[in-house]
Ligand binder design. Structure first.
Ligand code: NAD
Ligand code: MG
Length: 401
């Protein structure tokens, strides 16, 4: 029986991996939710499909040239249509009980920040918001008095493992990592990994950017920075443990020696459902955890030598300034270049290291005072990284013996 009014949802990044998993849950509970707005990047057909499926009141597409096509694709519906950067922000500001932030990359910062400052609760899948602009972003959430729910699986598990205890009293916070497709590979083999190999994640089907980040363990580095801001836990208390089965997603260790763990079968619909329902629980169709069937859970220390991106992200976090903003922007452009086959896999971390060093020399890595400052640094670093990587022709690395 219906006990509450439908919860109003805005879904940013509606056509992506998180977006589609969210839509799957929303479609199963049409009485429980109503969708005020959906937003996507460039895929008109996919956005129109989602908007129809959830009967969205408003659909915004980032590509400013896609207005006519989206209008056409949504003809015969009651969905209002808009296109361009402002349109995505307008979507973020539509009336809602919860804004799901699932745009990929720093492109998600502006609309998510707009939603926060307008007083909306936010479910945060987009970790780049906190890597790019952590301090001012969290300050804005605090000042607006809004709730930031962690949708990233590790942070969601930790949030649940905390069980409402004060994060200031915890001893350690542990984020698990699957280790990705290159967990057992030599450094030499990783350096020449192909795009197909990097996109072949053992446990999760995700968008291309986060999948490449996971292959080099940059994703785990970004997640440590994310955890630091979300839970205000200092870098010294944060740890990574590699856990190839992806069953335990995050752990919290307390002063008395107790350790609580957040566990679930690896299906993003579980953390998404936790955020959509919070503080209630939705019933999901996700696979149930059968520990006897899984039988073995293993854990190993991360290898910072084979996965230098993890070390770099940790160093950026420990430096306490604006290096995470720089690291994030350079990484996005380098991942793009890798996906375009312009640089080899190990060229990603090499480029990020160079970008961080350059930013330290010229002051670009100073701590941003505001989200606007962080976005300005993001913009500068992107331009530089594009210029630095532009000359690279699609490489012949696939033909290397
Ligand atoms: P994805 O590439 O599958 O989807 C990205 C979405 O963002 C798409 O809807 C795309 O159209 C939209 N988009 C891209 N650029 C945009 C722009 N400039 N303006 C508006 N929309 C734009 O990515 P994903 O895997 O769904 O990941 C989304 C975010 O969630 C990332 O920050 C990622 O780190 C995080 N996340 C993803 C997973 C996962 O399982 N996929 C897990 C944890 C966290
Ligand atoms: Mg994660």
């Amino acid at each position: 029986a219906q006990t509450r009014a439908p919860r109003r949802i805005v879904l940013l990044g509606a056509t992506g991996s998180i977006g589609r998993s969210t839509v799957d849950l929303l479609e199963r509970d049409p009485e429980g939710f109503s969708v005020s707005a959906v937003a996507g990047g460039r895929d008109v057909e996919a956005l129109a499909r989602v908007a129809r499926a959830v009967k969205a009141e408003f659909a915004a597409i980032r590509d400013e040239n896609a207005y006519d096509a989206l209008k056409e694709a949504l003809s015969g519906t009651n969905t209002q249509v808009a296109a361009g950067r402002e349109a995505v922000i307008e979507a973020a500001l539509r009336d809602a009980d919860l804004v799901v932030s699932a745009i990929v990359g720093a492109a998600g910062v502006e609309p998510t920040y707009a939603a926060l400052t307008a007083g909306r609760d936010v479910a945060l899948a987009n970790k780049e918001c906190l890597v790019c602009a952590g301090v001012p972003f969290m300050r804005a959430a605090m000042e607006a008095g809004v709730r930031l729910l962690p949708m990233d699986s590790e942070h969601n598990a930790i949030f649940q493992a905390l069980g409402g205890e004060d994060p200031a009293r915890i001893e350690r916070m542990i984020v698990t990592a699957s280790g990705g497709p290159f967990r057992t590979w030599s450094k030499e083999r990783i350096s020449q990994a192909s795009v197909e190999e990097a996109l072949n994640h053992p446990n999760w089907a995700m968008g291309p950017k986060i999948t490449v980040d996971s292959a080099g363990m940059m994703n785990k580095g970004l997640e440590l920075i994310e955890a630091h801001h979300l839970f205000s836990v200092p870098a010294e208390k944060l740890e990574v443990v590699v856990h190839p089965q992806s069953i335990v997603h995050g752990l919290v260790a307390f002063a008395d020696g107790s350790v609580t763990a957040g566990m679930a079968a690896p299906d993003m619909r579980t953390p998404i459902a936790h955020c959509l329902g919070y503080p209630d629980r939705l019933t999901t169709p996700t696979p149930r955890l059968d520990l006897a069937k899984i039988a073995t859970l293993t854990f190993e220390a991360p290898d910072f030598d084979r996965f230098p991106a993890l070390q770099m992200a940790l160093d950026a976090l420990r430096s306490g300034g604006g290096l995470p903003t720089v690291l994030n922007a350079a990484n996005e452009i380098a991942v793009e270049a890798f996906l375009d086959r312009r640089i080899p896999f190990d060229g990603i971390s090499r480029h990020v290291a160079e970008a961080c060093e350059a930013a330290l020399r010229d002051g670009t890595a100073n701590a941003p005072e505001s989200v606007e400052d962080a976005l300005a640094v993001d913009h500068i670093v992107r331009e530089r990284s594009r210029a630095a990587l532009a000359g690279r022709a699609p490489s012949g690395m696939l033909t290397l013996q």
